[in-house]
Design a binder for this molecule. Structure first.
Ligand code: GLC
Length: 568
């Protein structure tokens, strides 16, 4: 491929959420030896790199996104020797390893915080944000005016928690056991860089940087504007020095080390602060606009109607906005998002809609990131009772809503939560039709999706038309056609309510993508300005025997039909 290009531009990444991937010791929790058992599976799929969600020392309030020791492996996941073996097994197969660096906050059990909270004179005090409340009154969990400012934590409740040892509050934008690190303090930036360096010395190939546009808080931590919805998030994302800190961090890592910045609440204009071709920027970012289209602005779980033209516009805006040098991670699934087949596709057309979504993912400019189970077409499970919910964000926000009297109980929001909860992505990987889907011999930490006897890896392998086989083909297709990686993006039929179609162009290579993004049977008419002499089918999701006919004649498409053509 392009010799100028760093490896990560042409890579496909596979995300592993270790808790739910594969359990080797029967404790019901996935672990590193379990991942090692499945390395050949990853190799067969053809991915280039694994992004491993956190495996560090952690009390697991947020399943490892609350780190208590950056240089250790959580006991329930294995040992450092297991991790080293995993790294070697991956590297032996030419698969790179990307670690998840959670450095916007630490667990309150991290030794820095443990020391910091003991005394105002602690050497680590300034590693975090400590402030007095406006009154001396010791507040409980309510936003009663005694907080240092009016910020709300993302999952509900105030963003400050009172600590009586020093009679001050500390800042946390997520759970109160995840304290925000103070990046204004140079010692913090240095310590965090040393953590990254420590993992680089152990052979990792890059980092996914968690919530990384939250690291620079606005000077003086001003009150949020109630008009903006009173969350802390809007006040703290893309703060004044995010780009300065990231540039310094990335410059020291070097351009061979991939840095993937997770950036909520980011517009494409702002994104340009963080990515570009210069060695010193992030390699790429993960934005949210395309997965927020169905999210309402009021209450946390509120849905919003969206239509395909909106999604197309968002994708077009990002494709064009970063075209001159920026790079983005492409995704529809991860450990925080509901399953895309259930959300954007149609479970009634599971195979067709899963493969249509995959076709979109692999034919956009950027780097595709798959999330475990996506390649099997896994769908959202069903949570009937609050006790079945494991996700701390879901649990907290329901509890807060009940506390505040906004809802009377879980039942009232059950459907909304079933659509949205992060647990949708976290049910165990479905390996086979055996007990517990072959995930564990013990009692799984979270319920399984009931459909595992029908939807599982063993079945997918043996079926030549399966979702898995299509993912494998699409990964290969992208490897063979640099136009899919680097080409310009031109949207066709922007207002069409069912069709998602575009042309990718690189030098004299031209590829046309035609997706029926619906369960209807719309007619595809190629716009007149797309002229060609001959057409070659590069990929088709198997729904007709003569895929050429889609382009050669005005044709009605099958539900979720997807194809990729080379035009010449
Ligand atoms: C990121 C992670 C999410 C986590 C949060 C706090 O958004 O993806 O899982 O809860 O950061 O670390």
């Amino acid at each position: 491929m392009d010799e100028e290009s760093p490896w990560w531009k042409e890579a496909t990444v596979y995300q592993i959420y270790p808790r739910s991937f594969n359990d080797s010791d029967g404790d019901g929790v996935g672990d590193i030896p379990g991942i090692i058992e499945r390395v050949d599976y990853l190799d067969d799929l053809g991915i280039d790199a694994v992004w491993l969600s956190p495996v560090y020392g952690s009390p697991h309030v947020d399943n490892g996104y609350d780190v208590s020791d950056y240089r250790a492996i959580a006991e329930e996941y294995g040992t450092m020797a297991d991790w080293e073996r995993l790294r070697s097994e991956l590297h032996d197969r030419g698969i790179r390893l990307i670690m998840d660096l959670v450095i916007n906050h630490t667990s309150v059990e991290h030794e820095w915080f443990v020391d910091a909270r003991q005394s105002s004179d602690s050497d680590y005090r300034e590693y975090y944000f400590w402030r007095s409340g406006e009154t001396d009154e010791k507040d409980d969990d309510r936003d009663d005016g005694s907080q240092p400012n009016n910020w709300r934590a993302l999952w509900g409740g105030p963003a400050w928690t009172y600590d009586d040892a020093t009679d001050e509050h500390y800042l946390h934008l997520f759970h109160d056991r995840q304290a925000e690190l103070n990046w204004e303090n140079e010692a913090v930036r240095e310590e965090l860089f040393k953590v990254a360096e420590w993992w680089l010395d152990r052979g990792v190939d890059g980092f996914r940087l968690d919530s990384i546009n939250l690291i620079s808080k606005p000077d003086e931590l001003p009150d949020a504007d109630p008009e903006e919805g009173l969350t802390g998030l809007h006040e703290v994302v893309n703060g004044p020095r995010v780009d300065e800190y990231l540039r310094a961090f990335c410059r020291r890592l070097g351009n061979d080390v991939v840095t993937i910045g997770e950036m909520p609440d980011l517009s494409v204009e702002e994104a340009r602060r963080y990515v570009g071709d210069k060695d010193e920027n992030l390699s790429m970012l993960l934005s949210f606009e395309h997965v927020e289209l169905d999210r309402g602005t009021g209450a946390r779980w509120a849905p919003r109607d969206w239509e395909l033209p909106k999604l197309k516009r968002v994708i077009e805006r990002w494709q064009e906005g970063l075209a001159d040098g920026g790079w983005q991670g492409l995704y529809f699934n991860n450990h925080d998002q509901p399953r895309a087949v259930s959300r954007l596709g149609d479970e009634e057309h599971r195979r067709a809609s899963a493969t249509a979504l995959a076709t979109l993912l692999f034919t956009l400019r950027g780097m595709p990131l798959l999330y475990q189970g996506e390649e099997l077409g896994m769908t959202n499970p069903r949570f009937d009772r609050f006790e079945e919910i494991r996700d701390v964000a879901t649990r907290l926000s329901v509890e807060h809503a009940i506390d505040l009297g906004n809802i009377s109980g879980f039942e009232e929001v059950r459907e909304l939560i079933n659509n949205r909860t992060r647990d949708n992505a976290r049910t165990p990987m479905q390996w086979s039709a055996a007990t517990n889907a072959g995930f564990t011999d013990g009692e799984p930490w979270i319920k399984l999706n009931d459909n595992y006897e029908r939807v599982n890896a063993e079945r997918e392998w043996s079926d030549p038309d399966s979702v898995w086989q299509n993912y494998r083909q699409l990964i290969e297709l992208r490897n063979e056609h640099p136009v899919l990686v680097h080409g310009e993006f031109d949207l066709l039929l922007p207002e069409h309510p069912e069709l998602f179609s575009y042309v990718r162009t690189l030098n004299d290579e031209r590829v046309l993508v035609v997706l029926n993004f619906s369960s209807k049977t719309p007619m595809f008419e190629l716009p007149d300005d797309v002229v060609f002499e001959s057409v070659e089918t590069l990929y088709h999701n198997g729904l007709r025997s003569d895929p050429h006919s889609v382009v050669e004649a005005d044709t009605t498409l099958r539900p979720w039909e997807a194809s990729v053509y080379r035009l010449s």
